[in-house]
Design a protein around this ligand. Structure first.
Ligand code: R5P
Length: 310
């Protein structure tokens, strides 16, 4: 395979730079700005004909991030790249992944269609909201998990009688995998959605009294799920509470909510950039660039990436 080329969108340039440093290469020269009417303008300033191109862009809001990704892919197709892999550290619009009410869309499938139609040949994702989103694509999808990065950090901390808590049924599989690796117990918060961005914790299923807790989720958006689970856990007699999630979506007053909550530490990754404006001393950001960089290297060299799932 020809030389690897890394192209960064503007959604997370810091992560793209770190991936390039891990791979001991430079990011491709690309011009990305706006026309005066606000439309996205992209120009690739290096020859990528016949190259193995990786386009790095999370698709968190605003929607311009998705549009920019599609336009970069189109520019790569028209520049005769040999293979285009979209590296999506956070796959946005994933939570609408089934028709659970009348007259609602399946946006996770729509975005998959758009990426394919633009001309991507492969996808490298990190912690898709649901693994089955892989099947929404007809191109190859590698879905990495942030577990190796989160576990390495968690293993360096001391806990008393640790219990992993999944804040909803969707997270049980991930919770069980962490509990096994940390030799911890597993408990579940019985969460009911009460509105688009609202939920209620009805019950804690499992024994948490006098246990240190890690609440584990794929993402934190408003922080409502995690903060409510933490409150219910404290009421049930839990000890120290940590929250760990891959994607810091952090919408609305999430950082303030976390700050005011009974959670002592919040561990996330740099899949999405965020500004905390000095509001929080609780948030620890872990770097996923070595994980993504290694996967990119292995995909480029046509090597197995299964070692990254241990
Ligand atoms: C739900 O299925 C997700 O895994 C998260 O629990 C949820 O989306 C978090 O949203 P929020 O922080 O707004 O409660």
């Amino acid at each position: 395979m020809n030389k690897m080329v890394l192209i960064s969108g503007t959604a997370n340039p810091d992560l793209s730079g770190k991936i390039a440093r891990y791979l001991k290469t430079d990011l491709c020269e690309v011009l990305i700005n706006r026309f005066s009417d606000g439309e996205i303008r992209v120009r690739i300033d290096e020859n990528i004909r016949g190259k193995d191109v990786f386009v790095i862009q999370p698709t968190n809001p605003p929607g311009d991030n998705i549009m920019e990704l599609l336009i970069i892919i189109d520019a790569c197709v028209r520049a005769s790249a040999k293979r285009i892999t979209t590296v999506i550290p956070y796959y946005g619009y994933a939570r609408q992944d089934r028709k659970d009410q009348p007259r609602v869309p399946i946006s996770a499938k729509l975005v998959a269609n758009l990426i394919q139609t633009a001309g991507a040949h492969r996808v490298l994702a990190l912690e898709l909201h649901a693994s089955q989103i892989q099947g929404f694509f007809d191109i190859q999808v590698d879905n990495l998990f942030a577990a190796p990065v989160l576990l390495e950090y968690i293993k360096g901390r001391k806990f008393k009688n640790l219990t992993i808590v999944s804040p909803d049924v969707g997270g049980i599989k991930m919770g069980r995998a962490f509990a096994k690796r940390l030799d911890a117990n597993l408990a579940i918060a019985d969460k009911r959605r009460t509105g688009a961005d609202e939920s209620e914790i009805m019950n804690i299923i499992g024994e948490v009294k006098d246990s240190d807790i890690i609440i584990l989720d794929d993402l934190i958006s408003t922080g409502g799920t995690i903060c409510q689970a933490a409150k219910a856990l404290k009421e049930a007699g839990a000890g120290m509470i940590m929250a760990a999630a891959t994607h810091p979506v952090f919408s609305g007053g999430a950082i303030k909510n976390l700050e005011r909550s009974v959670i002592e530490e919040v561990v996330v990754t740099n899949s999405i950039p965020f500004k905390d404006n000095g509001e929080s001393g609780k948030i620890k950001v872990l770097d996923v660039s070595p994980l993504l960089g290694e996967a990119i290297q292995r995909i480029h060299l046509e090597e197995s990436i299964s070692i990254l799932f241990v």
